[in-house]
Design a protein around this ligand. Structure first.
Ligand code: CA
Length: 225
């Protein structure tokens, strides 16, 4: 799960980034609206955007309006300063999905983030399923054939991403972009090592293989007939 955070107060931005990373999200931070906009309409889509309203160059409301005009439907959580309740209405009118008043507790932030990332595509059940494999993105649990499996944070994120894109080939580069931070320097070999470890846990002990390699490109999670 990759989150873009747009917040010009560096201290707050870095605190939020650290807190979210501890919750197993990959977080990119930018400090102004224009930069946030350019990143959002760029090649690597994120799964959720958290944006302050008062921002240099392009404010949060305008940012939201412009990305919606570009046809980008990524959920947006707005941050607003206390007392600017009018911002809430304007923000929601311009395509924001939720808002939080500063200062807020991280627990509340995590709850909002979880609610927003599980909302997309009209899915009511947040549990991801393929064959006898279940992944619970809210409680960070993986179960195959009734047996709970322990994965590392990174392995969990990779498996979650593959399961959200099941029956589609996911390129290594794409996987890196969604599971690691924007500025992390990850080589395809690192992805291969993680995939091997995931396979050892979720595929090897079971009869049916679910993760398939697409040579020279990436991976696909699917049930083979
Ligand atoms: Ca601000």
């Amino acid at each position: 799960m990759r989150i873009l955070l747009i917040e010009d107060e560096h201290k707050l931005a870095n605190a939020i980034k650290r807190a979210l990373e501890l919750q197993k999200y990959a977080v990119d931070v930018v400090y102004d609206g224009e930069e946030g906009f350019n990143l959002t309409i760029g090649e690597e889509a994120c799964d959720l955007i958290i944006s302050d309203i008062m921002l240099p160059s392009l404010d949060g409301i305008e940012f939201c309006k412009r990305i919606r005009q570009e046809g980008i439907h990524t959920p947006v959580l707005m941050l607003t300063a206390k007392g600017q309740i009018q911002d809430k209405v304007v923000g929601l009118d311009n395509g924001a999905d939720d808002y939080m008043v500063k200062p807020f507790s991280f627990d509340e932030l995590f709850a909002r983030v979880r609610a927003l990332v599980r909302r997309p595509k009209g899915e009511r059940d947040p549990m991801l399923k393929i064959a006898d494999l279940r992944l619970d993105p809210v409680n960070f649990k993986v179960i195959r054939a009734g047996k709970q499996i322990k994965l590392s944070t990174r392995e969990f994120s990779i498996l979650e991403y593959l399961m959200r894109n099941q029956n589609k080939v996911v390129g290594k580069k794409h996987l890196i972009a969604h599971v690691w931070d924007y500025d992390a320097n990850i080589l395809p070999g690192t992805v291969e090592v993680h995939i091997k470890n995931i396979r050892d846990k979720i595929d090897k002990p079971f009869t049916k293989r679910l993760i398939h390699t697409v040579r020279g490109f990436g991976y696909e999670i699917k049930v083979e007939n």
